[in-house]
Design a protein around this ligand. Structure first.
Ligand code: SF4
Length: 453
């Protein structure tokens, strides 16, 4: 009589970095013969990968833990919130185990203790590229863990530690396996992508027998040789980011940079312990666009940071008008337990923070709409995310999945998810574009990345 395979439920919360941790654990679970359960009732044990970045994320994680305990009872917690062991243990004494982030081995060991793996030599049926939570055609590629900066609003370094870069050969081997599994877009992530290799002094590694430096420029170029879209996220505004721009004009990298500038006022950036100031950043943006006019810039900002005056907030709005960033996210500052910024004087009232956030987003909406309108009439290459009888949703080189806008195409466009296509842009709103498919499919995905006609 065959025994039912042990079943694990999995709840993955938080940022793409946490998602990659989840994918590794899920891959290992499948490799060992565990089955994954879509419901609490059917699971023998539940793993929750938590987020501890801002208060609302912490609350969401705590709610998920409470729900899993009520519905299932056998719960292992991992992730950023897991780094606060004592508090969690106090709130949920019945948890089976608690680990911090990036702790695949500890999570697996906790699962083994409470739900032993089945002994079946034929269960290792792992797809190439591992078990992923993203659609088949794109994947996150984590190149390092931790961060050497000490931004005063952030507790990630105390949760995840200093920067630890993955060996460059290992990153490339994983990227190749993902491409072999059908991935058409690699989203490079870390806490600080441009710092890749700093901790290992840019050590030379090997990929396919060739030496390769552990440096973001070399890594990006090697990834670009795989023939798929390569998009960089979480780039810290170091001067050597300039070196990446020629790779974009050479069609090795998507002309897209996600750089969290956080603010434009020199004084507020100093309190945040962030580099540069608005003027410096504007000069560099002009320089980048001079070399690569089709560059899409995404950034995030914090408003209502302690001590932020109306004049400093206005400076940020002026910066946005000048910089004309394509995509912008904005958080109202919220104190996170353990962050150095909590001890800064002059907290901003909640209502003022919210009012500033709304003003910033209104300003940015106008800018976004204007920039998208410039694309009307152009022919762009898109990657199709989904196709149904409701319509086709795709993305251009300027749209990262989940955080940016999309291109809407007619349902009868004859396209399927994961396909590249050439489309003519015919309309836009604040965040999205509308297009019509052209008869010939896009054949050269990377060189057609910008596809400006
Ligand atoms: S760069 Fe700053 S905000 Fe980003 S993870 Fe490091 S300390 Fe946190």
């Amino acid at each position: 009589m065959s025994r039912r395979a042990p079943r694990v439920g999995f709840v993955s919360l938080g940022c793409p970095k946490a998602q990659v941790d989840s994918e590794r654990i899920l891959t290992q679970l499948r490799a060992e013969g565990y089955h994954l359960s879509p419901s609490y009732q059917d699971a023998d044990l539940v793993v929750i990968n938590t987020c501890g970045f801002i208060e609302s994320a912490i609350e969401e994680s705590l709610d998920a833990i409470g729900e899993a305990l009520a519905e299932n009872g056998q719960v292992v917690v991992t992730g950023c919130l897991g780094a606060r062991q004592e508090k969690l243990r106090e709130a949920f004494p019945q948890l089976l185990a608690i680990t911090g982030p990036h702790a695949e081995a500890a999570v697996m060991s906790a699962i083994h203790d409470h739900l032993p793996a089945p002994h079946d030599p034929f269960t290792s049926l792992i797809p190439p590229g591992g078990v992923r939570l993203t659609p088949k055609h794109y994947a996150y590629l984590k190149i390092s863990e931790g961060c050497n900066h000490r931004c005063t609003f952030c507790i990630i370094p105390s949760l995840r530690g200093d920067l630890v870069s993955r060996p460059v050969g290992e990153v490339m081997t994983e990227a190749e396996a993902l491409v072999a599994a059908g991935v058409k877009e690699l989203l490079v992530i870390s806490q600080d992508t441009s710092a890749y290799g700093v901790d290992i002094r840019y050590r030379t590694g090997f990929w396919n027998g060739r030496p390769l430096k552990s440096r973001i420029g070399g890594l990006a170029e090697a990834l670009g040789s795989l023939g798929v879209w390569v998009r960089l996220h979480y780039v810290y505004p170091y001067p050597h980011v300039d070196e990446l721009i020629p790779l974009m004009t050479a069609d090795r990298l998507l002309p897209y940079l996600d750089i969290p500038f956080q603010h434009a006022s020199r004084r507020i950036l100093k309190f945040m312990k962030r580099p540069a100031d608005g003027e410096d950043v504007l000069r560099r943006i002009r320089h980048w666009r001079g070399i690569c006019p089709e560059l899409t810039l995404r950034s995030t900002f914090i408003v209502g940071f302690p001590g932020e005056t109306e004049a400093e907030f206005q400076e940020l709005l002026n910066f946005l008008e000048e910089a004309e960033l394509d995509r912008v996210g904005c958080f109202a500052y919220s104190p996170v337990d353990g962050a150095a910024a909590n001890s800064l004087p002059d907290p901003i009232p909640e209502a003022v923070k919210e009012e500033r956030r709304a003003r910033l987003m209104t300003t940015q909406e106008r800018i976004s709409e204007r920039r998208l309108a410039h694309k009307i009439g152009k022919t762009l290459t898109v990657l199709v995310d989904s196709a149904s009888d409701q319509g086709v949703v795709a993305r251009t080189a300027g749209d990262a999945p989940e955080v940016d806008g999309v291109v809407h195409l007619p349902a009868d466009a004859g396209l399927v998810a994961g396909q590249w296509a050439a489309v003519r842009i015919v309309g836009n709103d604040t965040h999205d574009l509308w297009g019509e498919p052209l008869s010939q499919p896009a054949s050269a995905p990377v060189s057609a990345a910008t596809g400006l006609a």
